[in-house]
Design a protein around this ligand. Structure first.
Ligand SMILES: Nc1ncnc2c1ncn2[C@@H]1O[C@H](COP(=O)(O)OP(=O)(O)OP(=O)(O)O)[C@@H](O)[C@H]1O
Ligand SMILES: [Mg+2]
Length: 269
C-alpha cells in the first residue's frame, strides 16, 4: 500500500523576476509539501529573500506561475492576497518590528489585521501572551523593541510569526548577527514552532548548521526539549541559489554527496 504524498503548499513553476529589464530570478521551480521543511542557502544577493517575497505576494513574478495551498495565486488581487497571507507567518530579515508599538502590540498586529472573524480583546490578549510565553518573553509585554537585545527582538518576531498558528512559516535569516548560544535558542524555537503546530517551514539561512538542526531534531513535547529525529522524518530539503538560479535542490544526503564547489561552500564541513 502506498500512502498519498501530502499536498503541495508552495509550488513555483518556471518563475522569473526582473527589475528594470535585469533578471534577478530565473527558471525557479520547486515544491514544498505540507509538513516539509525547506532550507534555502546562497550567497548574498542570490535571490533568497525574493523567493520569500514572491511567496507572500509582496512581489509579482515577471513570468511563471506560483501556487499556494493548491490555488494559483499568480494573478491574485491585493484583497485575495490578504486572505492567503493570513495563513502564513513570517519573520523578515530585518525583523520588521514596529518601533512605535510595544511588544504586545507588535505581536497582536497579525491578529488584529486579519479579515477573518474578529477576535475579542480578551482572546487577542490571551493569544499574544501564549505566543510570548512560547518564546519565553511573556514578561516583556509593555516594552518597546528598542529596549530589547537583538536576540530578544528576534524572539518577539517569532512570536508574531506564530501568533495566528499559520500553516506555513517563512523565516528569513533568523540567526543572522546573533552569538552561537542565542542562535541555537532561536533555532530551537523554530523547530518547536514547526513541530507543535505541524507547520510547513521555509527558512533562509547563512549557517548550514541551522538547516541541520531543522533536519536532525524534533521538539519533544513531553520534556520540552529538542531530541534527535529519526533520519528523514523531518522531511527537510536544501535549496542552494546562485545568481538567481537554483543550483541545488535535494535531501540532506544528496547535499552531503554533492561535489559542486559552490554548493560545498554552504556545507558546515
Ligand atoms: N525591489 C528591488 N528592486 C531592484 N532590485 C532588487 C529589489 N529587491 C531585490 N533586488 C535585487 O535582487 C537580488 C537578490 O536580492 P535578495 O534580497 O533576494 O538577495 P538575498 O539572497 O536575500 O541576499 P542576502 O543574503 O544579502 O539577504 C539582488 O541583486 C538585489 O539587489
Ligand atoms: Mg535576503
Amino acid at each position: 500500500m502506498t500512502t498519498a504524498a501530502p499536498e503541495p503548499v508552495i509550488q513555483f513553476e518556471d518563475v522569473c523576476l526582473s527589475f528594470g529589464g535585469e533578471c534577478v530570478l530565473d527558471g525557479i521551480a520547486f515544491e514544498v509539501r505540507r509538513g516539509d521543511t525547506l532550507v534555502i542557502q546562497g550567497a548574498a544577493a542570490s535571490g533568497k529573500t525574493l523567493i520569500l517575497k514572491l511567496s507572500l505576494g509582496l512581489l509579482r513574478p515577471t513570468r511563471g506561475r506560483i501556487r499556494l495551498f493548491g490555488e494559483d495565486v499568480t494573478d491574485y488581487t491585493d484583497s485575495q492576497w490578504n486572505d492567503v497571507r493570513a495563513r502564513i507567518g513570517v519573520l523578515f530579515q530585518e525583523g520588521g518590528l514596529f518601533d512605535s508599538l510595544t511588544v504586545e502590540e507588535n505581536v497582536a498586529y497579525p491578529l488584529l489585521n486579519q479579515k477573518r472573524a474578529p477576535l475579542s480583546e480578551e482572546e487577542v490578549r490571551r493569544r499574544v501572551q501564549e505566543s510570548l510565553d512560547f518564546v519565553e518573553l511573556g514578561h516583556t509585554l509593555e516594552k518597546y523593541p528598542s529596549e530589547l537585545s537583538g536576540g530578544m527582538r528576534r524572539r518577539v518576531g517569532i512570536a508574531r510569526a506564530i501568533v495566528t498558528q499559520p500553516e506555513l512559516l517563512l523565516y528569513d535569516s533568523p540567526t543572522a548577527g546573533l552569538d552561537p548560544i542565542t542562535a541555537t535558542t532561536i533555532m530551537a524555537l523554530i523547530v518547536k514552532g514547526r513541530d507543535v503546530h505541524h507547520a510547513t517551514t521555509v527558512m533562509v539561512t547563512h549557517r548550514h548548521q541551522d538547516g541541520e538542526i531543522l533536519d536532525r531534531y524534533r521538539y519533544d513535547a513531553a520534556t520540552g526539549r529538542l531530541v534527535p529525529a529519526e533520519p528523514g522524518t523531518t522531511r527537510t530539503r536544501y535549496m542552494v541559489l546562485r545568481e538567481g538560479r537554483i543550483v541545488f535542490l535535494g535531501t540532506p544526503a544528496e547535499f552531503d554527496a554533492c561535489e559542486d564547489p559552490y554548493v560545498r561552500k554552504f556545507s558546515s564541513r
